[in-house]
Design a protein around this ligand. Structure first.
Ligand SMILES: Cc1cc2nc3c(=O)[nH]c(=O)nc-3n(C[C@H](O)[C@H](O)[C@H](O)COP(=O)(O)OP(=O)(O)OC[C@H]3O[C@@H](n4cnc5c(N)ncnc54)[C@H](O)[C@@H]3O)c2cc1C
Length: 417
């Protein structure tokens, strides 16, 4: 019989990290991931905040990634709109929260390759190069049928098979989905001036234009525009595009050149009605999707993985027992709902021409620029939910030393159910 304690479906970063955290808790794991998707062919980079980086360290993927990763020391928001009410520039510095960096910018291919290498070195994980084609869930076990003809029997399925998840559907978990009149144009470019490990996000009428530093004098760009404008930008000659980027950035990074081929990502949102069901847990984009604003997507997924670790660490011999899946569902609800709501609100506040909303946005950013303690709370909150408010009641110190969410993660394996 093809049996394992846990079956993880999906070979993206959330699936691979889920398989590793489950193996770290002593379970044997089957990871179902069709070949070619382990090492994603996408050209994107991902800004991962320190809690996510700490998770990669825990999983053993960091040593391979470190040389390629670029620290994010300063984050700046510039109002690039031509509106009547404009916000002042807000600059966040990592030393203000006792950190050298808020996080690191990682090349997606390097991230996926590093996770895959750790998986290859983990005997408790069996990788299966196939697609899941159906699944069923019962009180004692779940089964997954694969396109290669195998049927896997398990106590728990972790679904990380992405936005159109077959597993989520098989379990009857509904979703709330919505779209935005926006597409993200993603590319990388070289520049003549040092970026100084600073990421600058220009807020434009169509959405953000976010530069994130990479190694050397190079940066990645997520440029959110209307879908027809995205098509036009993607078809431009590299030199014309370089000139456009340089003008948009007000020549902050000097001369722009070496623009990579743009990739277009239509923006949408989705939140699952539940994050677990009988013998099933959802992780990553299977559970939640929102626009790449403020670099939150994979950061939220890493917190799914941290909570998975907590629940599995306390589960004992049956990782799919009703109490374990219910606890995971409970743990994820507030975090996923609040991040999805915040990102949605931020995005819509940029798009609207409604003056009172523009005024509120500008006033909020103005307060952040002028009031350091408020900025401090927002910076901590951006790195880990609840950390900003908790810091109000504590003596301020380095972010991670004062953050109980972090210490509870590292002690999760011994936590009582
Ligand atoms: C333009 C852009 C920029 C972004 N920037 C950031 C950022 O800076 N910071 C950040 O935190 N997040 C960012 N994100 C979000 C981040 O990229 C995603 O959250 C992350 O890549 C999703 O990983 P995942 O593993 O959940 O899903 P996916 O990468 O979609 O993985 C799903 C996997 O499941 C596989 N699969 C599907 N169906 C089956 C099946 N039936 N059987 C087996 N396997 C199956 C697929 O092949 C795929 O490999 C960005 C997103 C976009 C679009």
């Amino acid at each position: 019989m093809n049996r394992s304690d846990i079956v993880v479906v999906g070979g993206g970063p959330a699936g691979m990290a889920s398989a590793l955290i489950a193996a770290r808790q002593g379970y044997n794991v089957a990871l179902v991931a069709p070949s070619g998707t382990f090492i994603d062919s996408d050209d994107r980079t991902t800004a991962l905040m320190m809690p996510g980086i700490d998770m990669l360290k825990d999983l053993g993927a960091w040593p391979e990634l470190e040389a390629e990763a670029t620290p994010l020391r300063t984050m700046r928001i510039v109002d690039g709109t031509r509106r009547l009410i404009r916000a002042p520039t807000v600059t966040f510095e990592a030393p203000e929260v006792g950190e050298e960096a808020f996080g690191y910018n990682l090349v997606n291919r390097a991230l996926n390759t590093a996770l895959h290498h750790v998986i290859e070195q983990t005997p408790a994980i069996r990788c299966i190069d196939s697609m899941a084609s159906s699944a069923s869930f019962g009180p004692d076990e779940a089964t997954v049928a694969l396109a290669n003809g195998e049927t896997l029997h398990t106590k728990l399925i972790i679904a990380a098979d992405g936005v159109n998840s077959l597993l989520r559907e098989a379990a009857g978990i509904g979703t709330r989905k919505w779209t935005y009149p926006q597409t993200a144009v993603v590319l990388t470019f070289a520049h003549s001036r040092d970026h100084g490990f600073t990421s600058t996000e220009f807020h434009m009428e169509s959405g953000p234009f976010a530069q994130v530093p990479m190694r050397g004098k190079r940066s990645s760009l997520v440029w959110v525009v209307e879908p027809t404008e995205a098509e036009r930008i993607a078809a431009l000659e590299p030199e014309t595009l370089a000139g456009m980027i340089e003008r948009r950035m007000q020549s902050m990074l000097g001369r722009v050149s070496g623009v990579s081929k743009p990739q277009c990502w239509p923006l949408s949102g989705m939140i699952a009605h539940r994050f677990a069901a009988e013998r099933l847990m959802l992780a990553g984009q299977t559970a939640h999707i929102f626009p790449p604003i403020g670099a939150q997507g994979l950061n939220l997924s890493m917190r799914d993985i941290a909570d998975l670790g907590k629940c599995l660490g306390a589960a004992g011999t049956d990782p799919g027992a009703a109490g374990v899946t219910a606890r995971y569902d409970r743990l994820r609800r507030a975090d996923v709902a609040s991040r999805t709501g915040t990102v949605d609100l931020l995005n819509r506040s940029l798009l609207t021409g409604f003056l009172p909303v523009q005024f509120a946005r500008a006033a909020g950013l103005g307060l952040l620029a002028a009031v350091p303690p408020l900025r401090n709370i927002v910076m901590r909150e951006g790195m880990a939910p609840g950390a900003g408010l908790r810091s109000l009641f504590k003596r301020r110190g380095p972010f991670r030393e004062t953050d109980p969410a972090e210490s509870s993660r590292s002690s999760s394996r011994t936590e009582a159910p």
